[in-house]
Design a protein around this ligand. Structure first.
Ligand code: 5GP
Length: 192
């Protein structure tokens, strides 16, 4: 952990399927003093996912109640009827442990977190080499129906336009290289 870690955070955003989750997992295993900030969502849990590890899976009513209670630093309807939110308590828990939260959030949420945390935050945009490569990755992942694939691809086109507002753009044409580059930039930020 760098001496400059207290109060810092890392934001990783990308269109769905750009390899963001792989990069976040890689960074978590690098011994950089990062902890994953577990978001809350009302979307159904996927088979390989665990409540309290990947997300806090809650109902729409619970989500609304938490909005009212001010539990979220930011929250969003990422897809129609699907809510996702960054929990204030997660960030506080991680900072209290002397570690830095890493956020895996959508592009709008990432910009919002950067606005809130300013210089304390490093925002990274993971860019797929092409929009076709993105579609292929989502197909291979096998988690999408024709309809959710279409929704995710439409959203991806809009999201790519926001990339220039991030501190760093990481081109993911080679996963290993992208992971190594992410390690370098995060390490430099946390050590400064
Ligand atoms: P998925 O359903 O594939 O897990 O996530 C869909 C999108 O929601 C991804 O881009 C993911 O990064 C984003 N997301 C996850 N948690 C949050 C959050 O707390 N806030 C925002 N704004 N987006 C989130």
């Amino acid at each position: 952990m760098g001496t400059g870690t207290p109060g810092k955070c890392i934001i990783v955003s990308a269109p769905s399927g750009a390899g963001k989750t792989t990069i976040v997992r890689y960074l978590l295993g690098c011994g950089l003093g990062l902890d994953f900030s577990i978001s809350a969502t009302n979307r159904p849990k996927r088979d390989h996912e665990q409540d309290g590890r990947d997300y806090f899976f809650i109902t729409t009513a619970e989500f609304r109640q938490r909005i009212g209670a001010g539990a979220f630093v930011e929250w969003e309807e990422v897809y129609p009827g699907r809510y996702y939110g960054t929990l204030r308590a997660e960030i506080e828990r991680i900072w209290a442990n002397g570690r830095a939260p890493i956020f895996d959030v959508d592009v709008v949420g990432g910009l919002r977190l950067k606005e809130i945390f300013g210089e304390q935050a490093l925002s990274i945009f993971v860019s797929p080499p092409t929009i076709e490569a993105l579609e292929e990755r989502l197909l291979l992942r096998g988690t999408e129906t024709a309809e959710t694939l279409r929704t995710r691809m439409d959203k991806a086109g809009q999201e790519l336009a926001y990339s220039t507002r991030y501190d760093r753009i990481l081109l993911n044409d080679d996963m290993q290289r992208a992971c190594e580059e992410a390690h370098e930039v995060v390490n430099a930020f946390l050590s400064a």
